[in-house]
Ligand binder design. Structure first.
Ligand code: NCD
Ligand code: ZN
Ligand code: ZN
Ligand code: ZN
Length: 381
């Protein structure tokens, strides 16, 4: 087959260490097959599935289920992150060594931010001692309470229960301090505030082994999305303000934020139609990260090489897998994309089972044309 790559960039394929594929337990939202389809359509060939499934990924057999089913589907590399605590209840640590042996690439209680400092410290020490790490959702529920939207002009104008940024900032600070004192790694999930960026800057300067990710939506959208999209704009952490976005973009450029992760969080249409308090937070993301990152290249925050680093090689390094290669003798694992082709986000082009994103109807620039995995074409535009 002849591949037309006129005007295209050939890149190592992308790696997303934070996706929710809802399998087992909520496969009406997404499953490992539709999740894999949406990954390769976004140029990704490695994804790490979050453990907030039903039941939670807190046992080796469940971790193995993800690995095996992902391999059976064969579109991309599907790796599990296991729960830090049994049932993601924030109390009893899981058997991390066994979970790691079964295939867990790291540990997180993402989506259930209920771990107190003592449990987090123990988890950090144990995961670190076996050459792994913990990742924290970083939200203090005492501060976020029943908030649904970033505390600011928009939440006030719409009468939405406010979620103050310090609910995130204080947890990021806590985890950074714990990492500094234990010398053990922690990964900060979906950083969304300017103060969190400052705290991470401080922790890295002190020598704490902290890494951080940012989502495409936090780099691109503000809480003003609530005006048009209502609960489709509800996500955790919430969409913030222009100043936060600006800080996140420069932090990604400088390396204070290490890479991009989508936090792809599918939810069914009827769930997103519920009232604010009951609507689950989250938006899908796998097909939008490339165009959003390319937008930042066009706006001169960083160059195309940094773009590929944050989408591919840096996240690969974090989970200890070989970076996707474009090399003789190695089975092709690459993404061919046209950085100038524009396209409209419609329900039809979304491969995910769920269509929950405020990007519907928007024009994006930058399109994945082919994705190769294991030497084969797994996606073709
Ligand atoms: C995630 C989900 O739906 O599982 N939701 C979200 O808004 N990000 C959970 C999470 O990442 O905390
Ligand atoms: Zn989270
Ligand atoms: Zn409403
Ligand atoms: Zn998540």
């Amino acid at each position: 087959e002849i591949i037309d790559a006129t005007n295209c960039i050939v890149s190592p394929s992308f790696v997303d260490i934070h996706v929710h594929f809802r399998d087992p337990g909520q496969t009406y939202k997404e499953d490992l097959y539709t999740g894999s389809l949406s990954a390769v359509a976004g140029g990704y060939t490695t994804v790490v599935c979050m453990p907030n499934t039903i039941p939670a990924l807190d046992e080796p057999s469940l971790v193995r289920y993800i690995v095996e089913k992902g391999e059976e589907i064969g579109l991309c590399r599907v790796l599990p992150a296991a729960a830090i605590t049994k049932g993601r209840e924030g109390k009893k640590l899981t058997e991390m060594s066994l979970l790691k042996e079964a295939g867990a690439v790291y540990f997180t209680d993402d989506g259930a931010p209920v771990m107190d400092a003592h449990v987090m410290r123990k988890a950090m020490e144990f995961a670190g001692s076996i050459g792994s790490f913990v990742a924290d959702h970083c939200e203090d529920l005492n501060l976020s309470q029943d908030g649904v939207a970033h505390e600011g002009e928009i939440s006030a104008a719409l009468g939405l229960p406010p979620l103050p940024p310090e609910a995130e900032d204080t947890m990021v600070a806590r985890d950074c301090v714990l990492s500094l004192h234990t010398g053990m790694p922690v990964h900060i999930c979906h950083v969304s505030t300017k103060v969190a960026v400052e705290v991470i800057t401080w922790a890295k300067a002190m020598g704490a082994p902290v890494t951080a990710e940012v989502t495409p939506h936090h780099l691109y959208l503000t809480d003003e999305e609530w005006l048009d999209f209502d609960c489709k704009a509800k996500v955790s952490p919430p969409l913030r303000e222009h100043e936060d976005i600006e800080a996140l973009r420069w932090a990604l450029a400088s390396g204070i934020i290490d890479f991009v992760a989508t936090d792809h969080a599918p939810h069914a249409h009827q769930e997103k139609m519920l009232e604010h308090q009951h609507c689950p937070p989250g938006m899908i993301g796998l097909q939008f990260s490339l165009p959003i990152i390319l937008e930042l290249v066009r706006k001169d925050y960083f160059d195309i090489f940094r773009a590929i680093e944050v989408l591919s090689t840096k996240p690969a390094e974090r989970i200890g897998i070989d970076p996707p290669q474009i090399k003789e003798g190695v089975k092709a694992e690459l993404t061919v994309f046209d950085p100038t082709e524009s396209w409209e986000v419609t329900e039809e082009v979304i491969k995910s089972k769920s269509k929950n994103t405020p990007l519907i109807g928007r024009k994006l620039i930058g399109k994945v044309k082919y994705t190769f995995y294991n030497g084969k074409i797994v996606f073709k535009d």
